[in-house]
Design a protein around this ligand. Structure first.
Ligand code: GDP
Ligand code: MN
Length: 379
């Protein structure tokens, strides 16, 4: 789950990582109160989950109350990358000497944490990586040993942190690392981490992404996960139903039982020249209700033109699957081409149920994939 900047900064505050003085506003009234905290001049920062707010007009400096009201009114009506702005973070304007980049993330390949930093902050790190990769400092962190002081000192040196800010930088790195671990984060990013003209280090921006699988143990966020955030409408419904559903950008809906089989099904679709619109892993032993809801979810998606169901019945019974498919199709009343590959427990019964409704079944997944892709290609 992505946290808003203001939520991320609330966490930063708990971990003694300094950010500009300010507070969040949900209305014009709040903005006026927030200015009492931030003082003037201040910066209005649109709270959206999408990146690149600065360029999209989501960051505006103001130097009077009148200007703040005018700009906040515009901002509350604005959208950034289709995201409505419901909150504005009002912060003291800061005099910046240098902008650095600092983040902690996971390097799955090396089974480590990864601290990324750069002297070039304030711009997209992806941009820096593409343009001048040598400007990015990468430090793999052994998850057992944790972030060690000598590692932080070496990063500080490479970032040219002046001696006067050495301790401050050490504290920030260590505290952000603690936050990263405590909150099972996938990303803690400060871009930019700034050196101010009065020689302080401040986290000017903050971004935290929490691993969705850890939300259950974080009561303060598990409630919020239920709000629609970076989830699409369908992803949100699936989350509510407890289904493992992921959205992609092709036109073939995919359902499989088990993560491995579902991934392999996606690969098959790609191999035969198709593109998955989404995929749903119904897991092992799924009952017909789960199929009914899952299929409905996928077929209702406007981008889905055809459905490919790949079931290897072990504890999942093929007749249950078949009933779920039939029920959902009766329910939805829209017809889209379907290929079902069905093998395993009770497969004869499953196939019989489906054939009554004229639904094609296959025992070979390759054949099923080719069938559905050919239908799409021939329109
Ligand atoms: P982002 O565009 O969503 O990453 O938003 P940031 O909070 O990172 O702000 C983008 C840029 O705006 C920063 O890199 C700064 O250059 C500038 N900026 C933001 N707040 C201030 C401020 O208080 N003072 C100054 N001088 N610049 C700011
Ligand atoms: Mn930023």
């Amino acid at each position: 789950m992505k946290l808003y900047e203001y939520e991320s900064k609330e966490l930063f505050a708990r971990y003694c990582v300094k950010t500009p003085r300010g507070s969040v506003a949900f209305s014009i009234g709040d903005v006026l109160k927030a200015i009492e905290v931030s003082g003037l001049p201040a910066v209005l920062k649109a709270q959206v989950l999408a990146g690149g707010r600065g360029k999209a007009g989501g960051i505006v400096k103001i130097s009077s109350i009148e200007e703040a009201v005018r700009e906040a009114n515009i901002m509350f009506k604005m959208k950034i990358k289709n995201e409505a702005i419901k909150a504005i973070l009002v912060e003291e304007a800061v005099n910046i000497l240098r902008e650095l980049y600092f983040s902690i993330t996971i390097d799955r390949f090396h089974r480590s944490y990864l601290v990324l930093s750069s002297m070039e902050g304030g711009v997209d790190i992806e941009e820096v990586a593409a343009r001048s990769p040598e400007k990015i400092i990468r430090k793999l962190i052994d998850p057992v040993k944790g972030l060690r002081d000598y590692e932080v000192r070496s990063i500080a040196k490479k970032l040219n942190i002046p001696p006067s800010l050495q301790t401050s930088f050490m504290d920030i790195a260590r505290n952000l690392y603690r936050l990263f671990i405590d909150y099972s984060a996938e990303l803690v990013e400060v871009n930019p981490l700034v050196v101010t003209s009065d020689e302080k280090l401040l986290a000017l921006d903050a971004k935290v992404i929490i691993d969705d699988n850890a939300l259950f143990k974080l009561p303060e966020f598990s409630g919020k996960a239920k709000e629609i955030r970076d989830l699409s409408e369908t992803e949100f419904k699936a989350r509510m139903l407890g289904l493992n559903y992921v959205e992609l950008d092709g036109d073939i809906g995919i359902i499989g039982n088990g993560a491995g089989l579902t991934m392999a099904t996606m690969d098959l679709v790609y191999v035969y020249g198709g593109k998955p619109a989404n995929f749903l892993d119904v897991g092992g032993g799924a009952r017909s209700e789960v199929f009914r809801e899952g299929i409905k979810l996928i077929l209702e998606h406007p981008r889905v033109k055809a459905l490919f169901i790949n079931i290897f019945g072990g504890i999942t019974r093929c007749d249950e699957v078949a009933r779920g498919i039939v029920e959902s199709i009766k329910n939805i009343g829209v017809w889209k081409p379907i290929a079902v590959r069905l093998v395993g427990t009770n497969e004869e019964e499953g196939r019989r149920i489906l054939s009554e409704y004229g639904i094609n079944t296959f025992t070979d997944a390759d054949e099923a994939a080719k069938y559905i892709i050919n239908i799409l290609k021939s329109g």
